[in-house]
Ligand binder design. Structure first.
Ligand code: NAP
Length: 248
């Protein structure tokens, strides 16, 4: 579905990002992914992709830094000879009660989750505008739609991603660039792993499909949004949450 298409995935070493990288590579794409700490995971992922006869590129760099993102995008274009799409996946949580939330907890989450999306999208957009073709998929969260207690910083960052998606989609649609976002519910990754079992059980019971999602559930939706099968979809928020949130 994506044969020889060239794309970037931020935060590709673990969890949802890792599943996205593998799904897109399996669909024929050439992928460059970022991470900040997980050198061993990055190496392992590159080895797995190479063993399957495909090619990928890893880049250690923080999405909080605009110049880092811009350099990375230029390196990807030089290495693969072009750029067709961007998946903004890198994200963090710093959950705590609002009355104990320090300004660093707020800033870290907004900087990685929301400013990181801006930095990557802004670094890619001129290329997309010039070639009159491009595709951006941002990973938001159900938390950005309904809000979740003890996630004021995270909910705000993810709601911001929805606003960014809708505004940018309208601005660049005349240039044949689509921008959508996915709002996952509870997905089994390290991010969910830090929650107490008691709380996880409560969340699991609230999911109508009766299970947490797995990273592949999100990766398959990313593939759909990057493929021709979704050619007439832009500016949308696709919830992938097992039925958790059914109103708009
Ligand atoms: P995860 O397992 O914690 O993985 C996060 C990934 O982002 C890692 O590859 C990490 O790199 C990378 N990353 C973190 N900070 C970064 C930074 N400053 N610059 C570049 N890369 C950075 O998280 P996940 O659960 O897969 O979540 C992926 C996305 O889905 C996030 O945006 C998250 O908010 C969203 N989401 C997750 C859930 C869920 O239930 N899991 C639900 C809704 C939305 P390192 O490995 O180097 O740390």
């Amino acid at each position: 579905m994506l044969k020889d298409r060239i794309g970037i995935v931020s935060g590709g070493t673990r969890g949802i990002g890792r599943a996205i990288v593998k799904e897109l590579v399996a669909a024929g794409a050439k992928i460059a992914f970022t991470y900040v700490k997980s050198d061993a995971e990055a190496k392992k992922l590159l080895q797995e992709i190479a063993a399957a006869g495909s090619e990928a590129l890893s880049f250690k760099g923080d999405v909080r830094d605009y110049d880092t993102c811009r350099d990375f995008v230029e390196q990807v274009k030089a290495y693969f000879g072009g750029l067709d799409f961007l998946v903004n996946n890198a994200g963090i949580t710093r959950d705590k009660a609002f009355m104990t939330m320090e300004k660093e907890d707020w800033k870290d989450v907004i900087d990685v989750n929301l400013t990181g999306c801006f930095n990557m999208a802004r670094s890619c957009i001129v290329t997309f505008l010039k070639q009159k073709e491009g595709n951006i998929v941002n990973i938001s969260s159900i938390s950005g739609i309904s809000g979740i207690a003890r996630q004021v910083n995270y909910s705000a960052s993810k709601a911001g991603i929805i606003g960014l998606t809708r505004a940018l989609a309208q601005e660049v649609a005349p240039y044949n660039i689509r921008v959508n976002c996915i709002a996952p519910g509870f997905i089994e990754t390290d991010m969910l792993g830090i929650l107490k079992e008691e709380l996880k059980d409560k969340f699991r019971r609230a999911v109508p499909l009766g299970r947490f999602g797995n990273p592949q559930d999100i990766a398959k939706t990313v593939l759909f949004l990057l493929s021709e099968q979704s050619n007439y979809i832009t500016g949308q928020v696709i919830k992938v949450d097992g039925g958790l949130h059914t109103s708009n």
